[in-house]
Design a protein around this ligand. Sequence first.
Ligand code: NAD
Length: 283
Amino acid sequence: MAERAIGVIGAGTMGSNIAQLCAQYDFDVVLRDVEDDLVASGLDRIETGLAAAEDRGIIEDASAAFARVTGTTDLDEVVEATFIVEAVPERMDLKQSVFEELDAETEPDVVLGTNTSSLPVTEIAAATEHPERVIGTHFFNPPVKMKLLELITGHHTSDETVDRAEAFAEDVGRESILVDDFPGFATSRLGVALGMEAARMVQEGVASAEDIDRGMELGYNHPMGPLKLGDYNGWDVRLEIADALADELGERFRPPQIVRKMVRAGDLGKKTGRGFYDWEGGR
Ligand SMILES: NC(=O)c1ccc[n+]([C@@H]2O[C@H](COP(=O)([O-])OP(=O)(O)OC[C@H]3O[C@@H](n4cnc5c(N)ncnc54)[C@H](O)[C@@H]3O)[C@@H](O)[C@H]2O)c1
């Protein structure tokens, strides 16, 4: 079944960019947030992003694409969509309340995707009467640039839901991988393991952060070394995922002390000006 319209819940960093992506690929999109000003700033980012896409020749007509996007605080407008992606903050209680509401207000053949980067999809789906239509639709930041869509099947996700999510990925020009609902899925688990081991190597004096990163960039063809990438992602976010992985999967995921100390000191990476690199000094 081809999707008619896409609903996006949450007009923040990810939601607004997912909405932009869908509009670029000719879908009608309804974007919902809880306050008018949040909807308005999401729409502003989309308009700017679409204009930039037109300038770069990615799309032909930014105004036509922007006209396909509707912003609202009203859930009733979103329930017309056939495929909905939730992108609200990463809290289980919030995600569950959004899914409970979506489940009650939409027809059971509407697919409900969650953009969670680490929470169990099965637990989010447990808040609904129709967990078979819930699936993880994990986009990467920024969705318009990052090719991957990681699809995560919850315990009850149906084959039909997987088929529709895979078709949706293709329709918005992404490549999907299919992952079972394990802590850290496929990407966060490996990414965090690599980043934490690189941090442990700095702690043990194996090499400098710069040399470890250059080793992976030049020797393994990683576009960006694991420590610089962690500085971009924020070590507070990485630490939270590593602790959750250690709790679920065991000591091999326990993060090194150096990361905990950096987080306590507020050296979270690019967003605070310092992590393994000094971003204010431009290093
Ligand atoms: N930022 C990233 O790099 C990134 C990457 C991959 C996945 N994710 C995941 O995407 C999700 C969203 O992250 P983000 O960075 O876009 O967050 P964000 O804080 O930028 O945006 C979340 C938005 O959701 C809105 N919201 C809260 N409750 C709502 C509700 N009931 N209905 C509608 N909107 C509501 C907020 O007002 C806010 O505007 C999280 O699950 C996060 O883990 C984030």
